[in-house]
Design a protein around this ligand. Structure first.
Ligand code: ADP
Length: 424
């Protein structure tokens, strides 16, 4: 029956009761009393229905009470809503179960923490990697259970831009990488990944490059020695030998530069985060560099703009090599009559070293790649300039270890700006 039909039937029932009790009252002479009795019976039926409804709502798994008219309609509507609600809950639960089981079966350890840092949930892998147990450890502050000092500092600092690598305390040869993100207004999601193999491979690569460069130095020194001896012998009076010797000399020099850069790169890559640092006086370093360039590039102009005397906390040798790579590149990739400007300025939150040239510039598609090892924009030009292709890789590394950012802006044919931004 429709809603309007049920209301009409209910109204008809009311009128019928009133008419019947009114008629009985008229016949017996007790009209008011009979009407009261009629209305009382109706109210009793409604109260009974309300009681039945309440009893059913307390135990909604039971089928709804049998009833016709408006009450039957109310029961049907509530029953329909309950069923829809149950189905929606079931669907939601199966989504939650699905997500949980996918998290649970991950090989990475996953932890969910509340805003206060208490463990809310963890998966099986967290048990193996960190020795945590769910649900036993639920509600425990994570810092009480994971006790690496580096992890404490990292978590309390709240800067999760870079992942953290820590040696596992369950297996000294295992290295774990922690990544943290915040979600749902301040809860934490932590991923612990076993990166031992990746770190080992990276270490092997560095060792290999370092060892090969080192080993190649000895034959190169012998070769260079013989070349020097040859250059003073009468053999060189023959112009054919002169050309060959000049070529050999140039290639030996290139190889020496390459080995020096490779060794230096592998050195700064292996040096740990807690290496010795000092307040590096950038002004003094830049003035010294300019003096050096005056003798190595006497016909070039390097303009220094020193707007601040702020020092940078870091490693002098590394910073010096980064800055000199940038300035020498600026000289290399611009015409002799174009000056190179180097400025040291203080911004709101940073100190910036700018190296600006009015040289050949770099096409936009190369900019993101020129800091890769051996990446060159133009092979033929580089053969002439004698570069190793490692200079900017060194700069990028030094920037990273000094929490600085290298920003490159360039316009082909007009020049380039290489800026090192050191956060204050
Ligand atoms: P390279 O030893 O070849 O100079 P780098 O790593 O220092 O190696 O630079 C990589 C490449 O980036 C260079 O080969 C060159 O093509 C480009 N490059 C670097 N600095 C500049 C600059 N100031 N102007 C134009 N191109 C540059």
């Amino acid at each position: 029956m429709s809603l309007a039909g049920s209301w009409r039937a209910e109204l008809r029932k009311l009128l019928l009761v009133l008419a019947a009790s009114g008629l009985l009252g008229w016949v017996t002479g007790y009209t008011l009393e009979m009407l009261c009795i009629g209305l009382g019976v109706l109210t009793g039926i409604w109260l009974w229905q309300l009681w039945l409804m309440r009893r059913w709502l307390e135990d909604p798994d039971q089928p709804p009470p049998e009833s016709a008219g408006i009450w039957g309609l109310v029961y049907d509507t509530i029953y329909g809503l309950q069923r829809e609600n149950r189905e929606a809950r079931g669907r939601l639960q199966s989504t939650v179960d699905y997500l949980r089981s996918s998290f649970a079966s991950m090989r990475d350890g996953v932890l969910i923490l509340t805003q206060s840092g208490a463990i809310e949930w963890s998966n099986y892998a967290a048990e193996g990697l960190l020795g945590l147990q769910y649900p036993r450890d639920r509600g425990q502050p994570v810092l009480n259970l994971l006790r690496w000092p580096a992890f404490h500092d990292y978590f309390l600092k709240g800067d999760f831009q870079q992942p953290l690598q820590i040696p596992s305390d369950r297996n000294s040869r295992q290295i774990l990488q922690v990544e943290i993100t915040t979600f749902a207004g301040g809860d934490f999601l932590l991923f612990f990944r076993d990166v031992t193999r990746v770190v080992q491979m990276e270490q092997m690569r560095r060792d290999f490059v370092g060892n090969v460069s080192h080993e190649l130095r000895t034959p190169l020194t012998v070769f260079k020695g013989y070349l020097d001896t040859l250059s003073s012998s009468e053999l060189l009076e023959d112009p054919r030998f002169q050309k060959a010797a000049a070529q050999m000399d140039m290639q030996v020099q290139r190889m020496e530069n390459l080995l020096t850069d490779l060794l230096w790169l592998s050195r700064i890559e292996t040096v740990s985060e807690d290496r010795e640092t000092e307040d590096v006086n950038m002004v003094a370093m830049l003035e010294e560099l300019r003096e050096e360039l005056r003798s190595s590039h006497p016909d070039r102009l390097v303009v220094l703009e020193l707007e601040t005397r702020d020092a940078v906390k870091g490693n002098y040798r590394e910073l010096r090599s980064a800055v000199s790579n940038l300035v020498i590149n600026a000289l290399k990739y611009s015409e002799d009559d174009k000056p190179v400007s180097v400025s040291w300025v203080r911004g709101d939150q940073e100190l910036v070293l700018n190296v600006v040239d009015a040289g050949v510039g770099i096409e936009a598609e190369h900019i993101s790649r020129i800091t890769e090892r051996f990446y060159r924009v133009d092979e033929s030009r580089n053969a002439r300039t004698g570069g190793t292709g490692l200079g900017l890789a060194i700069v990028k590394h030094v920037a990273a270890s000094h929490r600085a950012e290298l920003i490159i802006a360039s316009e082909p044919g007009r020049g380039s700006r290489f800026a090192l931004h050191f956060a204050l």
